[in-house]
Design a binder for this molecule. Structure first.
Ligand code: GTP
Ligand code: MG
Length: 211
């Protein structure tokens, strides 16, 4: 029922979609915390949580799994306090991430052979910031890191990546705004090979999954 309402809204009016993405930007965690600031665990809580997670682009299947797991926790542990229920939700979400990263035995470190990380995702969800964190992580482990400014679409995206490059002290390969992203990545790959780069991280322009 609630799903139908959300999808109807989304297909009818684009501003609603924009609104939903704004929510992701503002920080889903603040909204979720506010949701549990109530006196009882009732059906409305689960429905609102479901809507919030879907609007935050968690995906329908994952949202259903998380909400169902939370219902099960609450039933099993006989939880009546919403604040405690929230900590169980947190644990379920952490579990989700742990399962997603388990068994990913990628051999990331082969000296001089660029391991390419292409970072893609919805607008404003933290791609560029995460690239800086990844760059810092690998650099701190003695790896030779290089960044590629593949987001040539958004004004200031290139400068943003360059600032991060300076902060974490790794080189950034960039062309001008509006340049062909493929050409920038090509240059990045060549530079990475020439300079024995271990980890090459490519920033890309944000995309809505509906476009
Ligand atoms: N609280 C919080 N804010 C974050 C985090 N990562 C990024 N942000 C903020 O979210 C905003 C968008 O981050 P970006 O890294 O520019 O996101 P992006 O996906 O590269 O955005 P586009 O390139 O426009 O698609 C910035 O204001 C960041 O400071 C995070 O882990 N926590
Ligand atoms: Mg970005």
């Amino acid at each position: 029922m609630i799903l139908r309402r959300i999808f109807q809204r989304r297909t009818e009016a684009q501003p609603e979609l924009e609104e939903g993405l704004k929510k992701t930007r503002r920080g889903i965690f603040a909204d979720i915390t506010a949701l549990f600031d109530r006196s009882d665990i009732d059906e409305e809580l689960f429905e609102d949580l479901e809507a919030l997670l879907i609007q935050a682009d968690l995906g329908v299947d994952t949202t259903m799994d998380v909400v169902e797991a939370l219902r099960e926790d609450i039933r099993r542990e006989r939880i009546t306090d919403p604040a405690i229920a929230r900590t169980y939700l947190r644990d379920e979400m952490v579990k989700l991430l742990e399962n997603a990263t388990k068994n990913r035995k990628v051999k990331i470190f082969q000296r001089g052979v660029p391991f390419v990380i292409l970072v893609v995702g919805v607008n404003g969800t933290g791609k560029t910031t995460t690239i800086a964190k990844l760059a810092n992580f690998h650099k701190s482990r003695g790896r030779n890191v290089m960044l590629v400014a593949g987001d040539t679409f958004r004004a200031a995206a290139i400068d943003q990546l360059k600032v991060w490059g300076e902060r974490v002290n790794v080189p950034v390969i960039a062309h001008g705004p509006g340049a062909d992203p493929g050409a920038v990545v090509f240059d990045g790959m060549q530079a990475a090979h020439n300079r024995n780069v271990d980890i090459l991280i490519v920033d890309t322009a944000g995309r809505l999954h509906t476009k």
